[in-house]
Design a protein around this ligand. Structure first.
Ligand SMILES: [Cu+2]
Length: 195
């Protein structure tokens, strides 16, 4: 039922269609998600994350992720991290940038800088963090903070393969892209592993 409803939402968005397929391996569940646009072409760089039930918490990565600034662009354009993870914002350009986000409660400001003078920012709330630069209005980037350690982004073939813990009883696949109209839009489908 939920799938039908979500597919309707998807059509209403008029941006992307989603198909998922999965296969079971011996020790783990491998979930392959493939995103195809309404034109039938694969869509790259779609955030995909999976929330599982029946699995205990896992350790956080202790190394920060990196959102660089190169040629007056955020690189990568979209970064997916886990809730509680930190992100470094080095500036690899010769010009200074003034990085900020108004996305509450993950809002922050890194005043005008070159190089890497600022400590990493830790994101303790899940949701989409929209990045901007006060100097260069065209600079736009996104950090997708997710409350799971199962996440990735689609490649050029529109695919990403994620491994879900073998103990998972149910999982919910979410996808998000800056191409969706609203930052809050996140498409989901729920799958029970065993009936
Ligand atoms: Cu800038």
């Amino acid at each position: 039922m939920a799938n039908t409803r979500k597919y309707k939402e998807l059509s209403a968005l008029g941006v992307l269609a989603l198909t998922t397929a999965w296969c079971t391996e011996v020790f783990a569940e491998s979930v392959e998600v493939r995103v195809i646009g309404l034109d039938g072409e694969p869509v790259a760089n779609i955030a995909v994350f999976i929330e599982t039930e029946g699995v205990g918490p896992t350790a956080l990565a202790d190394t920060p992720a990196t959102m660089d600034q190169i040629d007056r662009q955020f690189v990568p354009h979209m970064l997916v991290i886990r809730k509680g993870q930190s992100v470094e914002f080095p500036n690899s350009d010769v010009v200074a940038h003034h990085v900020y986000s108004f996305s509450k409660p993950n809002n922050f400001v890194l005043p005008l800088y070159k190089g890497d003078p600022h400590a990493p920012i830790r994101f303790d709330h899940d949701g989409v963090v929209t990045l901007g630069c006060n100097i260069h209005d065209h600079m736009l980037g996104y950090i997708v903070v997710v409350d799971t350690n199962v996440f990735g982004a689609t490649d050029e073939s529109g695919r990403v393969s994620l491994t879900v813990d073998d103990d998972a009883t149910q999982y919910t696949v979410h996808i998000w892209s800056p191409r969706f109209r609203e930052a809050e839009d996140c498409l989901s489908r729920i799958t029970k592993m065993r009936d």
